[in-house]
Design a protein around this ligand. Structure first.
Ligand SMILES: [Zn+2]
Length: 291
């Protein structure tokens, strides 16, 4: 009996015009640009490269229609079928408009950029969170502290793990929120929402996070009789870095206690349950005084 061969599925031919995908580009952004370059409807092209209307585009089918090597499609695009990586919407933002214009691209190129890619230093523009559209790309030419913080942020991302940096940025925000409340600084950027407030608070958040990351290995050592007064040292260092005059060492003291508690628990037991319990306890310590 003759074997029944499955009906061939998926596209067989490439489109007349190809464009290269950018690293971290959202697949929806790439399909928009590819459709526009070939003067066809976005939904038509999308239906051509996905199993169904609701499905994500298949990398092999997209490689056929775009004429790009499948490896390039897989390594650069985010949101393809079969990719288990969860897409974090807060990381989705357009690449620098002026960088794109230099390449002859005049439409937004949306990417899931890592958090530390927050500034285009060539054009001195803000491209970090919570940018949503091209008009959100704030001009930073007269904001040297934000530009400098952007460079520090990239250095920290090279120097530390993603988890450590993420934790330090969260702790830095907690500490700055504590001071803003305690000092009744209700207009502080750290207490506000929105793009401008985020950009205003950014240099301080990065400076505090950098201080915490530098101090962490020594703070986490077991206590010794000759141990320096960490909270005071950290407070001085943060004031020096940010140009502020915070006087209350409570949040840095709590941070140091939490780090030591966490490090001790990890040293004494590697059980996941103990680590999680310790993390929860530490978070509670950091969260209590923010009212
Ligand atoms: Zn640029």
């Amino acid at each position: 009996m003759a074997t029944v061969r499955p009906w061939p599925r998926g596209p067989r031919q490439r489109l007349p015009r190809t464009i290269a995908p950018f690293r971290w580009e959202a697949v929806s952004s790439y399909i928009d640009r590819l459709a526009r370059a070939n003067h066809i409807g976005v939904s038509t092209l999308r239906g051509h490269v996905a199993e169904s209307c609701a499905a994500r585009p298949r990398p092999d089918w997209l490689a056929v229609v775009s004429g790009q090597p499948e490896q390039v499609i897989r390594s650069r695009l985010c949101g393809l079928a079969g990719d288990p990586t969860a897409l974090k919407q807060y990381l989705r933002r357009p690449l620098c408009q002026r960088c794109m214009a230099r390449k002859g691209i005049h439409e937004p190129v949306y990417c899931y950029l890592p958090a530390h890619v927050s500034v285009c230093h060539r054009h001195r523009r803000w491209i970090g969170s919570p940018t949503r559209v091209l008009d959100d790309q704030v001009d930073l030419r007269d904001r040297p502290t934000v530009l400098s913080a952007g460079r520090t942020h990239r250095r920290l991302a090279r120097q530390y793990s993603e988890v450590d940096l993420h934790d330090a940025l969260g702790d830095a925000r907690h500490i700055l929120v504590f001071w803003a409340h305690a000092e009744r600084h209700v207009a502080a950027g750290i207490l506000q929402n929105g793009l401008e407030a985020h950009v205003v608070a950014y240099p301080d958040v990065i400076a505090v996070a950098a201080t915490l990351l530098t101090a962490r290995p020594r703070v986490e050592q077991p206590r010794t009789p000759t141990e320096p007064a960490w909270p005071t040292l950290l407070l001085d260092r943060i004031n020096e870095r940010t140009g502020a005059h915070h006087a209350d060492a409570t949040p840095v003291e709590q941070w140091a206690q939490y780090r030591r508690l966490f490090a001790t628990a990890v040293l004494t037991t590697r059980s996941d349950g103990a680590e999680l319990a310790c993390r929860a306890e530490g978070s509670a310590v950091l969260n209590v005084p923010y009212q």
